[in-house]
Design a protein around this ligand. Structure first.
Ligand SMILES: O=c1nc[nH]c2c1ncn2[C@H]1C[C@H](O)[C@@H](COP(=O)(O)OP(=O)(O)OP(=O)(O)O)O1
Ligand SMILES: [Mg+2]
Length: 199
């Protein structure tokens, strides 16, 4: 289903401050007034889906139903080829309750270390879902390909950014200017597709 989003209030249905920051920056140009899930006091739903798309839709649907406003959710993660796509949809869960991504990155390295000559190719995926209170919904997916570096470098991003270098680049997503990340990331790729459909 495709439709136009009129300018107005839009819930950014995420409890991750790093994502809310990026999505708010990406929305800036489109006349939408982002309101965060925290500002609306929305609960964090359990992510029971088995795909990025299903989890993005579940988060956006709950926020739209509870708030009565259109809601945009992001489900994303890092997929490592040699680990059969892990951590994938479990990317947030690998960091545990304390959201320790240093630990999650060490876990990836430990698993790669167990595989002889493991290739270091990886990609980020971002599913964006936009749901309306009347039941309408749109879902798109973006991706960026790259490789993992060890040790991780840079503190300008969030999550797994310090270990990821986009194909053809030298700096990690943790080192590059955040404005540049907003133009080249999996989230930017998904956003460009969403904008084509609804703005
Ligand atoms: O650009 C990114 N740069 C680095 N790491 C990233 C990125 N994008 C996703 N990631 C990783 C970390 C994040 O925690 C997990 C997503 O998990 P995911 O469930 O979609 O988000 P979340 O639980 O952090 O917040 P919420 O569900 O409230 O939107 O993947
Ligand atoms: Mg989550």
């Amino acid at each position: 289903m495709s439709r136009k989003l009129l300018p107005g209030r839009l819930v950014v249905a995420s409890h991750n401050p790093g994502k809310v920051r990026e999505i708010t920056a990406l929305l800036g140009a489109y006349g939408a007034e982002p309101v965060s899930a925290a500002e609306m006091d929305l609960p964090e739903p359990e992510e029971t889906g088995t795909t990025f798309a299903a989890n993005a839709l579940l988060k956006a649907r709950q926020a739209a139903d509870l708030s009565g406003l259109p809601a945009l959710a992001d489900d994303s993660g890092l997929c490592v080829d040699a680990l059969n796509g892990d951590p994938g949809i479990f990317s947030a869960r690998w960091a545990g309750e304390s959201k320790d991504f240093g630990e999650a990155m060490r876990r990836i390295e430990a698993k790669l270390g167990d595989i002889k000559d493991a290739p270091r190719d990886a990609h980020f995926v971002c599913a964006l879902a936009l749901c309306w209170p009347d039941g309408g919904e749109v879902e798109v997916e973006g991706r960026v390909d790259g490789a993992l570096v060890n040790p991780p470098r840079g503190d300008r991003g969030f999550g797994y950014d310090p270990m990821f270098v986009r194909s053809g680049d030298d700096q990690t997503f943790g080192e590059i200017d955040p404005d540049l990340k907003h133009r080249i990331s999996h989230r930017a790729d998904a956003f460009a597709k969403l904008v084509g459909l609804v703005f």
